[in-house]
Ligand binder design. Structure first.
Ligand SMILES: [Zn+2]
Length: 206
């Protein structure tokens, strides 16, 4: 009696093996697709973060240009610096804001009064507080297209009442301070070195 070709054990095993291989190939393909999708998603996420950073950078640039233009058009109130809290880069930025006014407006325009401001003013909190309101008042009074009688009165007050007193306070603060004493010691040392060198040269010529 011959064996049934459908139920023969040898053929069944071959079919199962074929099915297993096809299933394994399908799993491999799915795994590859999932890995590919994950990789694409990570790349897209990286691109999104890069785009977002670029947008923020451009936003900051536009805001800074707008603020600069607004400042050039007229007075824009600046927040009061908290000198007692500022340090590092934040302090330097706030000092630099004052320094621009001192270099571009105060020193060129206020002659002998500005000369009384010691070079170490940026190291004296008292000078920083005074220069802050003095410069902001000056900007408020002068960065404008039109002026009223009140503004004229403000300009007169600024120059004849506030400026002389403010200048006096800052001059005293920077006149006999530790920074100036250190500068004097350094200058004396340089002078002594120079004279000493001059004498030795003079001696060698004899
Ligand atoms: Zn000083």
């Amino acid at each position: 009696m011959g064996r049934c070709p459908v139920t023969a054990p040898g053929d069944g095993g071959a079919r199962r093996q074929g099915t297993d291989q096809a299933f394994a190939a399908l799993l491999d393909e799915h795994s590859r697709l999932i890995a590919e999708l994950a990789s694409n998603q990570a790349a897209a996420q990286g691109q999104r973060e890069e785009d977002q950073a670029r947008i923020e950078e451009l936003r900051g640039l536009v805001e800074s240009l707008l603020a600069q233009e607004e400042r050039e058009r007229g007075y824009v109130p600046a927040p009061a610096p908290r000198w007692w809290q500022l340090d590092g880069a934040a302090r330097e930025e706030a000092v630099d804001y004052l320094r621009k006014w001192v270099e571009h407006v105060y020193k060129p325009c206020y002659e002998h009064i500005a000369e009384d401001l010691g070079e170490c003013w940026d190291k004296h909190p008292l000078c920083l507080f005074i220069l802050d309101w003095l410069s902001e008042m000056h900007k408020y009074l002068y960065l404008r297209d039109k002026r009223s009688a009140g503004n004229l009165g403000g300009m007169a007050d600024w120059h004849t009442r506030f400026l002389p007193i403010a200048a006096e306070i800052r001059a005293v603060a920077t006149k006999n301070c530790e920074h100036r004493a250190r500068q004097a010691v350094a200058a004396d040392a340089r002078l002594a070195g120079h004279i000493g060198g001059g004498n030795s040269n003079a001696g060698s010529r004899r």
